[in-house]
Design a protein around this ligand. Sequence first.
Ligand SMILES: NC(=O)c1ccc[n+]([C@@H]2O[C@H](COP(=O)([O-])OP(=O)(O)OC[C@H]3O[C@@H](n4cnc5c(N)ncnc54)[C@H](O)[C@@H]3O)[C@@H](O)[C@H]2O)c1
Length: 249
Amino acid sequence: MKLLEDKNVIITGASRGIGMGIAQVFADHGANVAFTYSSSEAPALELEKELIAKGVKAKAYKSNAASFKEAEDLVAKVLEDFEGRIDVLINNAGITKDNLLMRMSEADFDAVIDINLKSVFNMTKAVQRTLLKQRKGSIINMSSVVGVKGNAGQTNYAASKAGMIGFTKSVALELGSRNIRCNAIAPGFIETEMTDKLDEKTVQGWRDGIPLKRGGSTEDIANACLYFASDLSSYVTGQVLNVDGGMLT
Ligand SMILES: NC(=O)c1ccc[n+]([C@@H]2O[C@H](COP(=O)([O-])OP(=O)(O)OC[C@H]3O[C@@H](n4cnc5c(N)ncnc54)[C@H](O)[C@@H]3O)[C@@H](O)[C@H]2O)c1
């Protein structure tokens, strides 16, 4: 069964990792996918080709999620290219710039807040008018277990991800009466290029602490997104779903 037949979806930061995994699973479920990348064009164009080969419409856009102006321009272009309709927005773009607070620079704090949190404001604001007109839409924000429980060495990242949860719940309250839903996913330890930066001892430490005794895959997260994007969750809004192998249990 295809759960997203002919739905138009925007995913930020999908040229690799979790975003790419979501794009692939969504295309398998019949969704047309507009996605952004920040720097390397080649993998984005490669993904665009791969999605089109699955029989859906797909387009890659270079856009900095931290820029309000770029978010507005992006949404205008997507509306032009995808017949004026946006059904789902996934705010996935994110970075880490880890350090103990003692050593964290102001620039590293600001960069993480701008790309992880301000981007969610930018994109949600940019699609809001369209979703209101349609009286239907689903917004999914990629938070983190770190936003729920905190993490030493990640004050900037944890603050950005906790902020996304407050934003998600507030948008759910503001837009629920117009049939626009907004939910967050809190992934645990998902093995992507982002986590490749960690040393093997740290990675093993994460795995040991997970009841299911493994890191998650991008598909694990994509399947949770599929639930929130589709009508399977039509009575669910303002929620945070931990997809973490039981880590926070
Ligand atoms: N991997 C994990 O364990 C994990 C856990 C919890 C939450 N997350 C979150 O999931 C999301 C995806 O993570 P990932 O592991 O795939 O990371 P990743 O580093 O592999 O991918 C991040 C994506 O964001 C894009 N991006 C970065 N800055 C951008 C910008 N300014 N504008 C637009 N795009 C930008 C990158 O190009 C890339 O495509 C992030 O928000 C991350 O915080 C990841």
